[in-house]
Design a protein around this ligand. Sequence first.
Ligand SMILES: *Cc1c(COP(=O)(O)O)cnc(C)c1O
Length: 397
Amino acid sequence: MPSVYLDHGATTPVRPEVVEIVNEYMTTIFGNPSSTHTFGRTAKKAMDEARKRIADVIGANAEEIFFTSSGTESDNIAIIGAAYQHKEKGKHIITSSVEHDAVLDAYKFLETEGFNLTILPVDEYGMVSLSDVEEAIKKDTILISVMHANNEVGTIQPVEEIGRIARKNGIIFHIDAVQSFGKLPIDAKMIGADLLSVSGHKIYGPKGTGFLYVRNGIELRPLFFGGEQEQKLRPGTENMSGIVGMGLAAELAVMEMDKEKLRLSKLREKLITGLLEVVPDISINGHPENRVAVNANISFSYVKGKELLHALDLQGIAASSGSACSAALDTPSHVLIAMGLSKELAQGSIRMTLGRENDEEDIDYILSVLPPIVENLRSKPQSYEQKEEKEECPCLH
Ligand SMILES: *Cc1c(COP(=O)(O)O)cnc(C)c1O
C-alpha cells in the first residue's frame, strides 16, 4: 500500500542535508556556544553563521534574529513580551479570529492579566478587513498580531497594509509567519513587521527550533531569566545543532521557493479539480487567489471529517482536520467557524498540505481512493447523525 503524507502543515520531514549537519553538530562539534575554549568558539561561530543565513534570507540584521524552541515560543515571547514591556502606554491589543492557538491563547492569557482584547472577524475566505483593523484601533492600543498565511485554509492576510496602519498609529505589529516562510517571499523591512515568528519543523528543519525577528529598537520583556544568551531575551543554552540545521533549512527553503511553488500549485490544482469532478457536494475553503500553494482545505457535506481521516489513514494517506486539537477532539475548527461555515460542515472538512516529497503519483492515488471512501461514509447516515459527545476542546477556552 502506498504511504502518502499530506500533512506538511503539521510538520515536515527533516531534509537529508539538514540531518547530516545536525548530526555533525551534535557529535563532533558539540561545544556550548557560551564556552570560551575552542569547542565553544567553534559552536558559537556556527550559530552566528546560522543567524546570518536567516537574517540574509529575510532582509534583516543578524542581531535582529533570536533563536527560540518553536513557533509557539516565538509567538509567546513576541506577544506577551511586547504587552508587558509596553503596558504603561496602553492595555488594548488586537488580533484576528483565525490565528493559531499559540497567538490566541497568549492573547487570552493577557486578558486575564488585565489587557483588553479585540479579536477581528474575517470574511468567508478567512481574510481580515483593513477597515476593521482601522476601526479597532484605540488610543491605548499597543499591539496588533495578524498571521501571514493561515495554517488551516492557506489564506494570505494583507499584512503589508496592516503593518502600514500599525506604523501610522505607533503600534507594534507582530506577524506569525510560520506557514508562509519558504512559501512566500518575506522581507522583514518591506512587510512592515516589528516582530515575526518562524518555526524550524515546518520548513524541513528539526523540531524544537524556531526564531523570532525583532526589529531594531523594539523592546520586549523576557519571559525567562537566567543567562546572557540571545541578548537576554531568551536565556538558556541554545539548541545549537538544531539552530545550525534550521539555518540551512531556511536558506534551502527560500532558494527552492519559486520552483516548489510552481510545482506544488500544479499538484494542488490537479487534486482540487480531480475531486470536484468526481465527488458531489464538496466545497473548497480559503481564498481562491490570495493563498499559499500547498494547502487544500475541503468540506464534504454529510461526512464526518474524523471518520474520513480515519478511513484515509487506513489507506496510507495522512491528512488532518486543521489543528491537532480539533483532530483529537472532533471540535469544529475555530477558523472555519469564523469564516461562517456551519458546525456540521466545519466538522466535515479536512486539510491536505502538500510538500517536497509529494508527486503526481500521490495525487493519482488520492483521487482513486478518496471518492469511494466518501461515497461509503455517506451511505451510512447513522454515523453522521450520531449524537454529539459533549467534549470540550481545551484550546478554544
Ligand atoms: C505550527 C504553527 C505554530 C506553532 O509552531 P511550533 O513550532 O509547532 O510550536 C504557530 N503558528 C502557526 C501558524 C503554525 O502553523
